[in-house]
Structure formats: C-alpha cells, structure tokens
Design a binder for this molecule. Structure first.
Ligand SMILES: Cc1cc2nc3c(=O)[nH]c(=O)nc-3n(C[C@H](O)[C@H](O)[C@H](O)COP(=O)(O)OP(=O)(O)OC[C@H]3O[C@@H](n4cnc5c(N)ncnc54)[C@H](O)[C@@H]3O)c2cc1C
Length: 485
C-alpha cells in the first residue's frame, strides 16, 4: 500500500458538496440569466428545451446554466433511471477507465473520483479496477442533485415541430396530461439510439417475436433458464447478454458472429486526445470520413472482463465466421442455418447494435425528411462506402440540423443534435464519457452565441439604457487650460 493510500479517512459527501459550493462561488457560477425573453401567445417561451436527462442532457444543461441560459429538461424515464445504466445495460462494470472526468466540466470536485473518494477513501480508489455500472448511475444522480439540475421526468416528447416564426413546438406528455411547449431552441440529448432505434437483421422477421429480443430490450433474463440461447454478435452487448443468460441458468449459449475473428484493439480509445476532441470538427470531409470509417470497420472489441464473464461457463461457445444464411421457426424451435451448420435455439438475443433511422422515431416526423445527411452532399471515394456515416446528419457548428433543401423546413436549424449520431460531424463529444464535457461546452457556447445574436436589438437597447455611473462627477475638477497660461 502506498503512503498516500494510508492517508486521511474519507471526508464524506457533505464535505465534498461544501467544497463544490465554494468552487462554484469562487468561479461565480452560474452567472445571472441574460437571454432576452421571447413570448408566444402571451406566454414566455422556453429559451432552450433539452430532451433527455441522461449524462449528455445533464452535462449540456449544466454547461448552459454556466453560460447564463436556463434550459427546460424533459425525460420520459422515471427519476434516477435515465439512460441505459440502471435499465437495459447488463455489464458488471463500465468499459471506460475510472479516471475519466466525464461530465465534470473542468471542476475537480464534480468528478466521479471526487465523489467516490469522498465516500470510500483513497485506498478504495486505488484498489478500484473499473467503475461498477450501478455506482455510475448513483454518481449521475448525485451530479444532478448537487447541481440542482431540474429534470422533468416522465415527460415524453411525442412530436417536435419546427415553425417558420422562429419557434419549435413540442407535444409533451407528462403525469398531468398532454401539453404544448414553445421553445426557441431544442437540444436532442436522446442517447445512443437518439436518432434511430435498435437494429436487427431482416431475417429476424422469420422468427416469432416472443422468441427473440434485442440486447437493449428490457427483459428479465430469468426467463432464459434451461433454454438453448443464441446470441447474434460478439461485441460488448453480446457478452453482457450472454453473461446474463448463462448466470440465469441457460442450458447453453452460442454466440454467432459474421466476422472471422473477434476484434482485439479498441481503435476509438487509441484515437482519443485533446487534438481529436477539439480538432476533428474542423477537419476536411475526407479526413472525417476516413477516420470514422476506419474506426467503424475495425469495430470495437468487447471488454476483456465481459468476455471472461462468458467464457468461464463451459456451456458457452464462440462461433466466428458464422453468418446466419437462413432462419426458420419449426416445432417451437428456431433453426439458424450457417456455413458451420444449423443451430437450433429456443431463444435468440440480437446484440446487433443501433441504426440511425430518423423515420423510426415518430417524434421527428415533422422534420425528418428535411435533415441534410452526409449522403446528401458528400460522395466518399470508392471502396469506403459506409451507411452509418452516410445517414449521419450533416450538422452545423452548434450541432444544429441543416436543411437538405434551403428554405424547405424553416426552423429546422433550431433543433440541435447532441446525441451519438453527431459523431460524424463533431467527433465523439456527444455521448460517451471521455469527452462529454467538451461537447457540452461546445454546444452551450454555440447556443449562447445564437441566442445573443437573436436578441441583439434588446441587448443593444439595454446597452443604451444602462446608466449606472462608476464616476459621480465629484472625483475631479475640470482645468481651465495649460498651467501658467
Ligand atoms: C449497454 C450500454 C453500455 C454502455 N457503456 C458505456 C461505457 O462504459 N462508457 C461510455 O462512455 N459509454 C457507454 N455507453 C454509451 C452510453 O449510451 C453513453 O455513454 C451515455 O448513456 C450517453 O448518455 P446520453 O445522455 O447521451 O444518453 P442516455 O443516457 O441514453 O440518455 C438519453 C435520455 O433521453 C431520453 N429520451 C429519449 N427520447 C426521448 C423523448 N422523445 N422524450 C423524452 N425523453 C427522451 C431517454 O429516456 C434517456 O433517459 C453504453 C451504452 C449502452 C447502451
């Protein structure tokens, strides 16, 4: 044990919270709200509505608050259950290294480490390998509470309609019923599938829906007890689903992967640097495509711990180079034909990821067809076609959507896409833990600039009307001319 590890006992959360209050006070955060108000039908409009109170929504809301913008945050999930961590995620620990500063926005006292050490001490921190998944959710709950981020939970945004008069109308359904919210700007902090949905291969349609699930579905894995389970894919979620099925007592779990081997190297992690975080957004299109396509093509390996969680079971089998050629349901069993033979399962879990597909989200219907995608303006060189990149929105500097046909959807640029599909335009700053603070600050600064420009007449009037004197006129006496004249 190092000398430092023997140091003082944990200071406790209340001490950390006192320090955080002090930090915020010293930094004069948050500043006073300054945005010029706008009204619609006699009601004040929301300056910014953030849809999603997960990590990205919380970080974005805080970064805005620290720019003097007060957003309205809505999330359809119950309080404390935003995002995947305590709902659909099944890994034991996060993949992300424990020391990442995540949504701390540059404040040491807001980091996971500070929160952890305050409660469990330095020795426990040094002993910690990876962050426990549910503990990460606890940290996010604390983050929200200690910063006073007001999230309106159980409020689903069912429809988002950009209007020609510089407004976006949101149809919101909450515990008190349906209502409309009028906003000047809207931020979609809607997560990994934030502009689409879970994806399954077309052959899934040949199987009875009761006998398959996507890895992101809410499901009690106890129902897999005694069953022959197939898991499609060998990424992180495949291991998590397979691990849960095995721990729930599945008779067997076969993981089937198209690719000839399981990837070993996490290229995305290797690419992380302040240069990439801040410089990617300004790269020429060719470089953005090259980088993102390479990372996509290499694919991300499942974490070692998650893979060992599966392989320690004798009834788990890994099959690579094993694409499903045909699927049939016969006599209550699922028959999947592959080049390595036909597998017979009772249940299949698709760990086949998510797809950008705006049409899959009814709330985006009023504007989905107007979003300019990369496919609308960029033709990649031969041999590097990439559907995910082609479908990605081609975003502006404040993550705002742009119109495919200028003038066809006024108000579209008032919707800002701060979720995973922004990656192609902005780099990995709008979802994952490593650079979420940088993304949130980029978004908040962009919104600040836009809201200031829009209110410039009011701000100019305030400038002209401002009359608080610093000199009272009694500090000096005007002289008559040069001395001795
Ligand atoms: C299984 C799994 C494991 C992961 N592990 C890691 C990891 O270890 N490290 C890492 O960096 N990243 C990981 N990720 C990526 C992860 O999604 C992000 O890091 C994190 O959740 C991003 O936060 P977010 O706020 O963007 O999205 P989320 O946490 O998903 O939050 C989005 C929120 O938007 C709300 N929402 C969406 N649509 C609407 C609507 N119409 N109306 C109202 N509310 C709405 C949802 O209810 C949700 O709470 C993982 C993802 C998954 C699925």
């Amino acid at each position: 044990m190092s000398a430092s590890a023997q140091a003082a006992p944990p200071a406790g959360l209340s001490a950390l919270e006192a320090r955080l209050r002090q930090d915020l006070q010293w930094l004069e955060l948050p500043p006073k709200p300054w945005v010029a108000p706008r009204w619609h039908a006699g009601e004040p409009m929301a300056d910014v509505v953030v849809i999603g109170g997960g990590m990205a929504g919380l970080a974005a809301a805080t970064a805005m608050r620290w720019q003097g913008i007060v957003p309205l945050v809505l999330d359809r999930a119950p309080e404390g259950y935003e995002g995947p961590w305590a709902t659909t995620a099944r890994m034991e620990t996060l993949r992300s290294p424990k020391q990442l500063t995540g949504p701390a926005l540059g404040l040491p006292s807001l980091t996971f480490r500070a929160w952890f050490e305050a409660q469990f001490g330095l020795q426990a921190w040094e002993a910690l390998d990876k962050i426990d998944r549910l503990q990460w959710m606890d940290y996010l709950r604390w983050y929200r509470q200690v910063l006073g981020v007001e999230v309106h939970n159980q409020h689903a945004v069912d429809r988002i309609t950009p209007c020609a008069d510089d407004r976006v109308v949101l149809d919101v359904n909450g515990p008190l019923g349906a209502r409309q919210v009028h906003a000047r700007r809207v931020v979609l902090a809607t997560g990994r599938d934030g502009l689409g949905a879970a994806w399954v291969p077309p052959w899934a349609n040949a199987l009875p829906r009761a006998q398959w699930a996507h890895s992101s579905d809410k499901m009690d894995y106890a129902r897999l007890r005694g069953l022959r389970v197939g898991v499609i894919g060998v990424g992180a979620s495949s291991m998590d689903s397979a691990g849960c099925a095995l721990e729930a007592g599945a008779a067997s779990v076969d993981l089937l992967a198209r690719r000839p081997d399981i990837p070993r190297v996490n290229k995305g992690k290797g690419a992380g640097s302040p240069g990439m975080t801040h410089g990617y957004v300004d790269l020429p299109d060719e470089w953005k495509w090259r980088i993102r396509h390479y990372v996509n093509e290499q694919q991300t390996p499942p974490p070692r711990g998650s893979t060992l969680r599966v392989s320690r079971h004798a009834n788990a089998r890994f099959h690579v180079g094993c694409p499903v050629l045909e699927a049939q349901s016969r006599d209550g069993a699922l028959h999947l034909r592959t080049p390595k033979g036909t597998f017979v399962f009772d249940f299949v879990v698709f760990a086949t990821g998510f797809r950008i597909d705006v049409d899959a989200r009814p709330e985006y219907a009023p504007f989905a067809s107007h979003i300019r995608r990369w496919a609308d303006r960029y033709q990649p060189p031969p041999g590097v076609a990439d559907d995910e990149l082609a479908q990605s929105p081609d975003l502006g500097p404040a993550f705002e959507f742009r119109e495919k046909t200028p003038g066809a959807c006024p108000g579209l640029s008032r919707i800002h896409c701060f979720c995973y599909p922004a990656t192609m335009s902005h780099g990995t700053v709008s979802g994952d833990i490593p650079a979420i603070s940088e993304g949130a600050r980029r978004l908040a600064q962009g919104l600040t600039s836009l809201l200031f420009r829009e209110g410039i007449e009011t701000h100019y009037r305030h400038l002209v009307a401002y009359d608080e004197p610093e000199l009272l006129g009694d500090e000096w006496t005007p002289a008559d001319g040069p001395v001795g004249h």
